[in-house]
Design a protein around this ligand. Sequence first.
Ligand code: ADP
Length: 261
Amino acid sequence: PERHVRVPVTTRDETGILATAFNELTERRARLEAQRKAMVSDIAHELRSPLTNIRGWLEVTRDGVVDPDPALLASLHEEALVLQRVIDDLQDLADADAGTLRLHREPVRADELLDQVAAAHRVAADAAGVTLRTTARGTPWLDADPVRMRQALGNLVSNALRYTPSGGTVTLAARRDGDDVVLEVTDTGTGIAPEDLPHVFDRFWRAEKSRSRRTGGSGLGLPIVRHLLAAHGGTAEATSEPGTGSVFTLRLPGGEPPKDT
Ligand code: ADP
């Protein structure tokens, strides 16, 4: 392992200033290196779980323990989709880091966006016994990439459904606030502990209980939401009360209706 050298700072002259700067750089480098190592290990872990499942299914089929029937193929397909999602998410984050995430902006109605996202999650909501509803004040227009905004909202709704017990409600709301448009995903779920809240947008971060429960996420959903909003010149924030629920708020500059209507 690499050694991170610190030089003693003994004087307050130029040499002392240089020595201090050197030490700061060294510490920064050590920090980045530790982060990079942790990230590679997290990525390996995220790819390993679905791959282990696929391998397991293939091996029991090869050994004649189970028949290669449609149910088995469905399981394999499901795991392949998980792998695909982790890889797509990693690519999105890499693009965001490199500044090569391309947006295809157009005038988008926020209320229609919410309805599309709700429709896409209707089956999952019904299966979870959760009421999924949308509400909009007026017709707030955005100058946004509709695919990317659906992705961001979709991540929030998936989470909300995952952490909301049967009988609960997930609400998607849109409103204009001055020059901004505010989109909110509110759930009546488990909520997030105050000490966890500052970390939910960190890469690969999961609350301890969702980690052990293995609820299916990659821990990349919220970092991607935040990146997508930043690319739109907006922000993503969360507030929560454990036992009551959470609110995820997206704020981005409002747009104009298309000129030809
Ligand atoms: P994951 O793929 O694990 O969902 P995310 O980045 O989307 O990763 O979320 C990170 C963590 O934040 C989750 O594992 C969970 O602990 C917490 N979290 C996110 N959304 C909610 C929510 N609506 N209610 C409670 N906890 C949440």
